[in-house]
Design a protein around this ligand. Structure first.
Ligand code: ADP
Length: 187
């Protein structure tokens, strides 16, 4: 099973990716987590990504695509994956198409998490991550609206988009995703 989780910051993508990855025994590849780990370890990638993450901007595509290429090269990802936080713009989406073509792997479905902006801000303020100050939250939402949201139409045109109401309670969302995705378990 190969799934892309798409949605604004605070929409619950990571939470759902974690619980469904445990349920389905496939890895969840979270670019945000991978970047935070790299920054904590002060690796080359971490050093290059840090200023961008702290400014609420997208990290340059070339760094992210390199990170994804590495992740796809590991044995753990051969049986499937959930992508949480990638792709985040058109160039990344094209890079994903190319990577998958090279590997001979299709992606099954793109799960789009929708939720009202007020609720997103409220959730992120509660979460209290380092990049969750109100200014940075607004900045990340703007980046999402400008650069990531256009992917919704693209995947809808490809008829692989599944919309999920991200404003519902956590466990209901997990069940809703499982209900739509389960029939495609082998894709
Ligand atoms: P959220 O979705 O709550 O904003 P993430 O953990 O997904 O949080 O991402 C945190 C930060 O990591 C982003 O603001 C951005 O700077 C960086 N990042 C994550 N994924 C990508 C990506 N695919 N491309 C560029 N930057 C990314």
């Amino acid at each position: 099973m190969r799934l892309v989780f798409l949605g604004p910051p605070g929409s619950g993508k990571s939470t759902q990716a974690a619980s469904l990855s445990a349920r389905w025994q496939i890895p969840s590849l979270s670019t945000g987590d991978l970047l935070r780990d790299a920054i904590a370890a002060q690796s080359d990638l971490g050093k290059q990504a840090q200023t961008h993450v702290e400014a609420g901007e997208l990290v340059p595509d070339q760094l992210i695509v390199g990170l994804m290429r590495e992740s796809f090269g590991t044995p753990a990802t051969q049986q499937g994956w959930i992508l949480d936080g990638f792709p985040r713009n058109l160039a990344q989406s094209q890079a994903l198409d190319t990577l998958l073509q090279i590997m001979g792997q299709p992606y099954g479905q793109v799960v789009y998490f929708d939720a009202p902006e007020d609720q997103l801000v409220e959730r992120m303020l509660k979460r209290g991550r380092q990049d969750d100050s109100e200014d940075l939250i607004r900045q990340r939402l703007q980046v999402y609206n400008e650069q990531t949201a256009p992917l919704i139409a693209l995947y809808r045109r490809r008829q692989c988009l599944v919309e999920i109401d991200g404003s519902r309670p956590e466990s209901e969302i997990t069940d809703a995703i499982a209900a739509v995705i389960q029939p495609f378990v082998n894709v």
